[in-house]
Ligand binder design. Structure first.
Ligand code: ZN
Length: 186
C-alpha cells in the first residue's frame, strides 16, 4: 500500500520527480507536489500494482493474494486522491486536469478519516494474525504507536527544512517495512 511513497524519495534524490516547500498560508500542507508522474500518476500506480503483484505471485504462487497485493499498491492512489489538492496526474506527460479532492483543506476531516482508516487496518490485521509471543505483541503495538506519532508530527509539526531532508527522511520508511516484516513473521 505504501509502495508509491517508498519509491518517491528515491525519485526525488534522482531528480526525476520534484517537490517544493511552500510557506503559503493558504496551502493545506507545506508541500507542493510539482511533478511526480512515475510514483503518483494513476497509470504508473496501476503499472506498479501489476509489477508488485507479479513479483508476489512469482515468490509465493498464490494468485488471489497476488491480486490483493497489486490492488493494495493501486489503492494508494485512490486514498491520495481523497486528501491531495489537485496535483495527481492520470498518466506521465501532459496529463490534465490534475486530480485531488482536497480533504487536506480540513485538518480535522483529514485526521478523523485517516485515523479511522488506520484503526480499520489494525482491526483487520488483528483479526487475521495472532502474536506468538509477548515480544511480538509489544513490538506490534510499538510500531503502531510510532507510526501514528510520525503521522501526527507530519500533520501538526513544523514544515520540513528542505527537499533533501524530505527525501532522506522518506528513505527511513524502509525501516518500518523491515520492522513490520519482522513483526508479521512473529
Ligand atoms: Zn502518496
Amino acid at each position: 500500500m505504501q509502495f508509491l511513497d517508498l519509491l518517491w524519495p528515491t525519485l526525488l534524490l534522482l531528480n526525476l520527480e520534484q517537490v517544493e516547500i511552500t510557506t503559503d498560508p493558504a496551502a493545506p500542507i507545506p508541500l507542493r507536489f510539482v511533478h511526480y508522474p512515475i510514483s503518483h500518476s494513476l497509470l504508473a500506480a496501476a503499472g506498479w500494482g501489476v509489477a508488485i503483484g507479479l513479483v508476489y505471485w512469482l515468490a509465493r504462487k498464490d494468485q488471489r493474494a497476488a491480486i490483493i497485493v497489486g490492488l493494495c499498491v493501486l489503492s494508494h492512489w485512490i486514498l491520495d486522491l481523497i486528501v491531495h489538492i489537485p496535483d495527481l496526474p492520470l498518466y506521465p506527460g501532459d496529463s490534465s486536469p490534475l486530480l485531488g479532492l482536497g480533504l487536506w483543506h480540513s485538518k480535522l476531516g483529514t485526521l478523523v478519516l485517516e485515523t479511522l482508516l488506520f484503526a480499520g487496518g489494525i482491526y483487520l490485521y488483528l483479526g487475521a494474525a495472532r502474536p506468538r509471543s509477548n515480544a511480538a505483541k509489544y513490538s506490534f503495538w510499538a510500531l503502531i504507536v510510532f507510526l501514528y506519532g510520525i503521522y501526527l508530527t507530519n500533520i501538526f509539526g513544523p514544515p520540513p527544512p528542505g527537499v533533501e531532508a524530505i527525501a532522506w527522511a522518506g528513505q527511513l520508511q524502509w525501516l518500518f517495512v523491515v520492522w513490520a516484516w519482522w513483526v508479521d513473521r512473529k
